[in-house]
Design a protein around this ligand. Structure first.
Ligand code: THU
Length: 159
């Protein structure tokens, strides 16, 4: 038997410690929670995706009475970016979420489907997407989507 370890490094910052560009992106993600359509979960998620050329695309979770039809905030933002600026690489995504008590204290983390969708863009453009996960206690800064989804299925063996 052999064993191997996969290490990921996550930085935990106080909001004030982050550079202005990151704080601005987080602010946009927080603002986007107000556009969430979430009458079923009452869980409002906002995302702001900064592209390499400075454009920002935003999104919020959009639910439906047929539950699987709904979409997370991260993919709403990412698909808008990909549809409108298909040749520009994503650079950083900020995510924030609130429930009935307000913004979450612990940083919100993206679901597996959103990780998979964003990782494909990271692979396609050959550059990491930084991830800023907001919580009122502080912000996780993750260096790449791959760090959030090790041993991913990347389709490279599809023939
Ligand atoms: N949701 C997101 O938008 N992003 C996440 O990272 C986690 C979950 C949404 C999906 C659904 O509308 C609600 O939050 C509850 O799962």
């Amino acid at each position: 038997m052999k064993e191997f370890h996969i290490d990921i490094s996550i930085q935990f910052f106080a909001l004030e410690e982050l550079p202005e560009a990151d704080r601005s992106l987080i602010e946009q993600a927080k603002m986007m929670t107000s556009t969430s359509y979430s009458p079923y979960s009452h869980f409002k998620v906002g995302a702001a995706l900064l592209l390499e050329d400075g454009q920002v695309f935003t999104g919020s979770n959009q639910e439906n009475a047929v539950f699987p039809v709904g979409l997370c905030a991260e993919r709403t933002a990412f698909f808008a970016a990909s549809a409108n600026a298909p040749k520009v690489a994503p650079a950083t995504i900020a995510i924030a979420a609130c429930n009935a008590e307000g913004f979450l204290a612990k940083p919100v983390t993206p679901c597996g489907s959103c990780r998979q969708a964003l990782l494909e863009a990271e692979t396609r453009f050959g550059r990491p997407i930084r991830v800023l996960l907001y919580g009122t206690e502080g912000v996780y800064v993750v260096p790449s989507m791959r760090a959030l989804l090790p041993l991913t299925f990347d389709g490279s063996e599809l023939v």
